[in-house]
Design a protein around this ligand. Structure first.
Ligand SMILES: Cc1ncc(C[n+]2csc(CCOP(=O)(O)OP(=O)(O)O)c2C)c(N)n1
Ligand SMILES: [Mg+2]
Length: 333
């Protein structure tokens, strides 16, 4: 595993402390192991409905969360487990929601795509492609209205970037100088459709220029580069300069959802990414080559993370199913 060279020409690595590297390593590994476990539980029939795994994209949310402060908000699509874990939501509550149990964040009634945490300022989990983008601008509007310096991260995919509502949102957000960072998680596919097949303007962040919004492309397989770009975007928003776009180039290793055999790409394509660009292996290599951690210390961390994930799975299996009278709670009519 440790044979791989650091993913990036990590010129920034010497300026990064051991503690930061270890924190990023742990946070990304938690997401990876949690998602692997969710995949297993799905295979065992313990998770029903849709389940979209985030494996491969861990550096995006971990890097950006490292640029946040208390009070900042986030909203995302259905590929949302990583975002929940990265903002500090309890793995037990997330896993139990996946298994549809009482101990889940939505009392077992929401499932993978419908979880929220007011405490951690996580506003979902949205199954309608692109729907979270105007919601993100609305969250940013509320902060601007209240006069605080909070920033909202509105995450969406390359496929969602072709939705009309994204551009209506860009226009309003820039017009009103809303403190929102539009994060395009460009994992190169929207279900089975590659970016090359869906647009002739593949530099998605540049579309913001039509509305006067600044932005940039970021290497999403390098957590340090993501964090750096996140800090720049956050500073822009907190200074009252309006929205910012980050197009983060990333890759999902698994199919679109658990029911996708991913026949639209070659095994070699996925294998190459895993071997040459894996974000977790990249940080692992930096920790080892920089003598920040030994193989044994990293093994101990792996064990610790596995235990957290196993505990969440046990909790998710043991928590009871919601009581029948819960059918009548948390509904409008
Ligand atoms: C409005 C709408 N149209 C279509 C769908 C079906 N659908 C679900 S995910 C998806 C692809 C979105 O891809 P992307 O935005 O790149 O996000 P990713 O899945 O890669 O994270 C589509 C078409 C949907 N859920 N909502
Ligand atoms: Mg995509």
């Amino acid at each position: 595993m440790a044979t791989r060279k650091p993913a990036s020409k990590s010129a920034s690595a010497p300026n990064v402390s051991k503690d930061e590297l270890l924190a990023h390593y742990k946070d990304m590994l938690l997401i990876r192991r949690f998602e692997e476990k969710a995949g297993q539980l799905y295979g065992m029939g313990l998770i029903g409905g849709f389940c979209h795994l985030y494996i491969g994209q861990e550096a995006v949310v971990v890097g950006l969360e490292a640029a946040t402060k208390e009070g900042d908000k986030r909203v995302t699509s259905y590929r949302d487990h990583g975002h929940m874990l990265a903002c500090g939501m309890d793995p037990k509550g997330v896993m139990a929601e996946l298994t549809g149990r009482e101990g889940g964040y939505s009392k077992g009634k929401g499932g993978s795509m419908h979880m929220f945490s007011k405490e951690k300022h996580f506003y979902g989990g949205h199954g309608i492609v692109g729907a979270q983008v105007p919601i993100g601008a609305g969250l940013a509007f509320s902060d601007k209205y209240k006069g605080n310096d909070n920033v909202t991260f509105a995450y969406f995919g390359d496929g969602a970037a072709n939705q009309g509502q994204v551009y209506e949102t860009y226009n309003m957000a820039e017009l009103w100088d809303l403190p929102v960072i539009f994060v395009i998680e460009n994992n190169q596919y929207a279900m089975g459709t590659s970016v090359a097949r869906s647009t002739k303007s593949p530099s998605l962040w540049k579309r913001g220029a039509a509305y006067g919004i600044e932005g940039e492309e970021v290497d999403g397989m390098d957590v340090l580069k993501v964090k750096e770009a996140g800090q720049k975007a956050v500073a822009h928003c907190r200074a009252g300069k309006g929205p910012y776009i980050l197009e983060v180039k990333t890759y999902r290793y698994r199919g679109h959802s658990m029911s996708d055999p991913a026949k639209y790409r070659t095994r070699e394509e996925v294998q190459k990414m895993r071997e040459e660009r894996d974000p977790i292996e990249g940080v692992r290599a930096l920790l080892l080559t920089g003598n920040h951690a030994s193989e044994d210390e990293l093994k101990a961390i792996d064990k610790e993370i596995k235990e957290i994930v196993n505990e969440s799975a046990e909790f998710a299996k043991e928590s009871p199913e919601p009581a029948l009278d819960e059918l009548w709670t948390d509904i409008y009519a």
